[in-house]
Design a protein around this ligand. Structure first.
Ligand SMILES: [Zn+2]
Length: 381
């Protein structure tokens, strides 16, 4: 629900237009390296907050809330075995219980005297809850009741277990044989990606549970160090090809004229606009000429490959990326003026706007004494 409202606000500036998102909120929440913009998903963040409460149950015994939960729910039942559909379970507790499968991989219990650890439920082996590892027949197969504690099978004399009857049991016994009785209490630990954490790191947990997407190669040309934010967002949408160019509107079944509004001679698509269209070809030629290129590439795919390699120095590369993104933004703005308002600017006016916007950005970078400000100002002056 919150994701839907946020998406509506991002794309439309209101909370009541839940349709028409160019990119799903889940895709937005991926890091930039994975093709998103790095906004945090409310769903993942909400789960992280819930996991913190579960962490408190095991690591913050002094908390009043923990004492209350233990008294109300855990005095007779094991946390992992509580029925989340029971009418006696509150809504907030039910939310926590639904997070148990996500919490289980973070928790490890080192056995001491086995006094506080449920044999079938607590994660005291690498196999998670043994009731899930060996299945519902596990307790009868091993002759160990469902709510036994580890201490019921472990003593100073060693383990009391029947002979193994399956490969799964053999694997389990192989691990169990490494554990010896100790008079100390069982000790829980919170492990994130193989590293034991002595405190709850929301950031680390969020990173471990968030959805992942394959890494992309183009994030440096979209999210470079001196971006003009509105230019970067427009560029990002064009890299994903999510802006409503006429070929896409036609594919959605809309009744629109397919011809490019800038040249009037070819069907409009992203690749045509940038920069196969004669109108934008001329602009791109002038922008790149300013940076010293006589014959830059004009096809979308070639430009994407060429941009990171075009210049040997960082200053020149950033200057080119500023020019490329500003060209995309202003050419798309001009196309939208013609599409939505029926008005247009001359080629020279659009070129002037591109240069002025870049120059203003460079002046700001220079005045802020940023690393590349002075060099970029000289290049674009
Ligand atoms: Zn055109």
């Amino acid at each position: 629900m919150i994701n839907s409202l946020s998406s509506s606000y991002l794309w439309h500036g209101t909370l009541d237009t839940p349709y028409g998102a160019k990119v799903s909120w889940d895709a937005l929440s991926y890091p930039k390296k994975e093709g998103g913009v790095g906004l945090r998903s409310f769903g993942s963040w909400n789960k992280t907050c819930g996991l913190k409460l579960i962490w408190m149950l095991f690591f913050r015994a002094g908390s009043i809330w923990v004492a209350w939960v233990r008294k109300k729910y855990l005095s007779r039942y094991c946390f992992w075995a509580l029925n989340q559909d029971s009418a006696s379970v509150s809504w907030s507790m039910r939310c926590l219980l639904k997070l148990r499968p996500k919490a289980l991989p973070f928790l490890r219990i080192s056995i001491g005297n086995g006094d506080e650890t449920y044999f079938w439920w607590d994660p005291w082996t690498p196999f998670g809850s043994l009731i899930h590892y060996l299945g519902p027949e596990g307790p009868s197969s091993l002759g160990i009741p469902l709510f036994s504690l580890v201490k019921d099978s472990l003593s100073t004399a060693g383990w009391r277990l029947p002979p193994a009857r399956s490969d799964l049991q053999l694997h389990l016994y192989s691990f169990i044989s490494t554990i010896q009785y100790s008079p100390t209490n069982d000790k829980p630990s919170w492990v994130i990606q193989g590293k034991t954490c002595n405190f709850f790191s929301s950031n680390a947990v969020w990173k471990a549970i968030r959805p992942f997407s394959p890494q992309v190669s183009w994030d440096p040309i979209v999210w470079h160090k001196v971006t003009i934010p509105k230019h970067a967002i427009t560029t990002w949408l064009f890299v994903l090809n999510r802006n409503p160019t006429l070929d896409r509107l036609l594919a959605w079944g809309l009744d629109v004229e397919p011809l490019c509004l800038l040249c009037g001679s070819c069907p409009e698509s992203r690749n045509h606009l940038f920069f196969e269209c004669p109108y934008s070809t001329a602009l791109w030629k002038e922008i790149t000429l300013k940076l010293g290129f006589q014959d830059p590439p004009y096809s979308w795919e070639c430009i994407i490959q060429w941009l990171p390699l075009a210049f040997p120095t960082k200053d020149q590369s950033l200057a080119l990326l500023l020019g490329w993104q500003a060209s995309l933004y202003e050419i798309w703005s001009e196309r939208n003026r013609r599409f939505h308002n029926g008005t247009s600017l001359t080629h020279n006016s659009v070129l002037r706007i591109i240069k002025v916007n870049i120059k203003n950005k460079c002046i700001a970078l220079k005045n802020q004494k940023t690393k590349h400000g002075e060099a970029l100002f000289l290049i674009w002056s």
